[in-house]
Design a protein around this ligand. Structure first.
Ligand code: NZQ
Ligand code: ZN
Length: 379
């Protein structure tokens, strides 16, 4: 069988210290700009000042308060700001949550109906304002991909949509702005990027000599950073995290290969019900998922063992190495270590059922019963 793929990624990347001023290259001078940010970290670490300085000759407005795990309810308030002020360009300044919230915003502000339609799949985005990004947290890859994940607070639903119109026009990746991140967020970023790569790698064999090697390089890089955890405040460490997380989910390594994403789908339900950080849900679910599906995933788990961890043992040894990696950066893989209640399995399974996640994974064989087994094993 021949290897085929289609790839498109139009986001211009400006990578490196001091690059925030490059934003003006991409925003027409007569545009009214809406700067969107989160809870205020950008006001403490100098990012806000750099953005405002770069935009001094523009007319700009602000919308703040986008939560970690951005909500439909909050972003709908930003839609009003866009409409009231005839905004032409949206600038997201933050991590995955702010960026995802803005991907919704640029489309929702141009849509007549209830824009949750994009999240429940009943409508596709047909029109959107242009979006630019100043990234402050390396993790999701949202700065140069098409995905957005939003939560509806009213119903405890965390859902995603993809649109080619969500691609940011540009993204500034200045690793020095990550100096103010907590250890917890740095660890989250590392683990999220690791699992993104696994979701596109630990599936079926492929014939490309490039794709697996590329994914393995990203995984090895992240293992190196975890092993070098004591130097996480060095610029070179932060630079590498930003490079790796961006490449893990800018779409390329997933082209032409079989993808999984079941860990993410189960993890999203844990965040929706219990507010557990996204990356932590992945660390809880993934090792058990690999154990339950180790026959299906055997070849890739073993390949990962030799190529990434330098382990020539069985699947269990590789899964253990993955768990050790998460624990090394301070993230527990045991669901009982998080704030849950005795309804956790029932709730997650009910969310998966409502959202049609009853045959997930690269073989579409992770049924609700399999998800239940995975969750029980993670406790
Ligand atoms: O709100 P502020 O004050 O900015 O604080 C944030 C937030 O509390 C803080 N932060 C960000 N940059 C900082 C900083 N604090 C100090 N210094 C800085 N430089 O970090 C906290 C977490 O930020 P958030 O944006 O929520 O983190 P992350 O980038 O991990 O994004 C997580 C969201 O992205 C979604 C997740 O589900 C979750 O909702 N994902 C998006 C994906 C995509 N679009 O492709 C894929 C992922 O799998 C993921 O699902
Ligand atoms: Zn993720």
């Amino acid at each position: 069988m021949s290897f085929t793929y289609d790839y498109y990624n139009p986001t211009t990347i400006h990578f490196g210290k001091g690059k925030i001023e490059a934003i003006t290259k991409h925003i027409p001078k007569d545009n009214k700009v809406l700067i969107v940010y989160g809870g205020g970290s950008i006001k403490k670490n100098g990012v806000y000042d750099q953005v405002v300085k770069a935009l001094e000759s523009y007319e700009f407005f602000e919308f703040s308060g986008v939560e970690a795990n951005p909500t439909y309810e909050t972003m709908n308030k930003a839609v009003e700001v866009i409409k009231e002020n005839n905004i032409d360009f949206v600038l997201a300044v933050g991590g995955g949550s702010v960026i995802d919230g803005c991907k919704y915003l640029i489309a929702a502000s141009q849509y007549e109906g209830d824009a949750w339609d994009f999240l429940d799949g009943s409508a596709q985005v047909e029109k959107a304002l242009p979006l630019g990004v100043v990234l402050t947290l390396a993790a999701t890859g949202s700065e140069s991909n098409t995905g957005a994940v939003l939560t509806k607070r009213e119903t405890n639903e965390k859902r995603f949509f993809h649109s080619v119109l969500s691609f940011p026009k540009f993204a500034v990746l200045d690793p020095s702005v990550m100096a103010s991140l907590s250890d917890k967020q740095l660890a989250n970023g590392l683990v999220d990027a690791f699992v993104h790569t696994c979701e596109q790698y630990i599936t079926k064999a492929n014939t490309s000599l490039l794709h697996d090697g590329y994914a393995q390089t990203i995984l090895k890089g992240l293992v190196t950073l975890a092993n070098d955890w004591e130097n996480r405040r060095e610029l070179v460490w932060l630079e590498n995290l930003m490079l790796l997380a961006n490449q893990a989910l800018n779409g390329f390594i997933g082209t032409g290969v079989t993808q999984d994403w079941a860990t993410h789908f189960i993890g999203h339900e844990l965040t929706a019900y219990y507010g557990i950080d996204h990356a932590r849900t992945l660390a809880i679910v993934q090792p058990s998922l690999l154990r339950v599906l180790k026959e299906d995933k055997k070849d890739k788990i073993l390949k990962m063992g030799t190529e990434v961890f330098n382990i020539n043992e069985d699947e269990e040894a590789v899964i253990k190495a993955i768990e050790n990696l998460y624990e090394k950066v301070g993230i527990s893989t045991n669901l009982n270590d998080y704030e849950i209640d005795d309804k956790v399995i029932e709730n997650v399974l009910s969310g998966l059922k409502i959202h049609g996640m009853t045959a997930i994974g690269e073989n579409a064989n992770i049924t609700l019963e399999t998800s239940e087994k995975i969750l029980k094993m993670s406790m």
